[in-house]
Design a protein around this ligand. Structure first.
Ligand SMILES: [Zn+2]
Length: 190
C-alpha cells in the first residue's frame, strides 16, 4: 500500500482572523504540523492545496458582494496575498507537492488544481503509485469533502482523519462525514 497525505487549504483566510475563518482552523494547523513531525515518513507524497483566486474577477461567480455562503463567498484567498498563504502554524517543510486551485473559477477539490509546473493532483498521485490517502485540512463540509470524494472516484482508499479537520458548520460537517462514510471512506482519528 502506497499512501499519500492530502492537506487541504490550511490557509490564513480559512483560519482564525481570516476572511472566511473556520473555528478551530489554527488548531488543525498545529495538529497537522505535530503529525508531520512524527509521521511524514509514512507517506510516499504529501500534497497540500491552496485556494488561489484571481484578484481582478469574481472567479466564475465564486466571489459575491452578498454571498450565500453555499455557492458564493466573500473575497478570499486572492493569489499572492497573505490570506492565501499557508497558516504559519502549518510547518510546510515535509510537503512534497504544492497544488493551487481556483484560478479564475470555483474549485473545492484539490483534484481541480495543479502544481506550479502544471501537474494535476491526480497525476502526482498516479506517478507515485498512490493507492490510499489520508485527508486532512479545512473545511470539512466543503473542500475536504470534495477532495475526499474525488480521491475515492480515482480509486484511492481514503481515510479522513477527524482530529485534523475543521468545518464551517456542525450540521453540514456531520452530513459531509456521513456522506463520505457511505462513499467508502474510513472516518477515524489519526
Ligand atoms: Zn475559494
Amino acid at each position: 500500500m502506497t499512501r499519500a497525505l492530502l492537506i487541504v487549504d490550511v490557509q490564513n483566510d480559512f483560519t482564525e482572523d481570516g476572511a472566511l475563518a473556520v473555528a478551530g482552523g489554527d488548531a488543525v494547523a498545529e495538529r497537522i504540523s505535530a503529525f508531520l513531525a512524527a509521521h511524514a515518513g509514512d507517506y510516499a507524497v504529501i500534497v497540500a492545496s491552496r485556494d488561489w483566486h484571481d484578484a481582478d474577477s469574481d472567479n466564475g461567480g465564486h466571489f459575491a458582494a452578498e454571498p450565500d455562503f453555499r455557492d458564493s463567498w466573500p473575497v478570499h484567498c486572492v493569489a499572492g496575498t497573505p490570506g492565501a498563504d499557508y497558516d504559519p502554524l502549518l510547518e510546510p517543510a515535509a510537503i512534497t507537492h504544492h497544488v493551487l486551485k481556483g484560478r479564475g473559477e470555483p474549485a473545492y477539490s484539490m483534484f481541480q488544481g495543479a502544481t506550479e509546473d502544471g501537474q494535476t493532483t491526480a497525476a502526482v498521485l498516479s506517478a507515485a503509485g498512490v493507492t490510499s490517502a489520508d485527508v486532512v485540512g479545512i473545511a470539512t463540509d466543503h473542500c475536504v469533502r470534495a477532495t475526499a470524494l474525488d480521491a475515492i472516484a480515482h480509486g484511492i482508499a481514503v481515510r479522513v482523519l477527524t482530529d485534523m479537520i475543521a468545518g464551517v458548520a456542525p450540521d453540514s460537517s456531520a452530513a459531509a462525514l456521513a456522506e463520505l462514510g457511505h462513499a467508502g471512506a474510513e472516518i477515524t482519528a489519526s
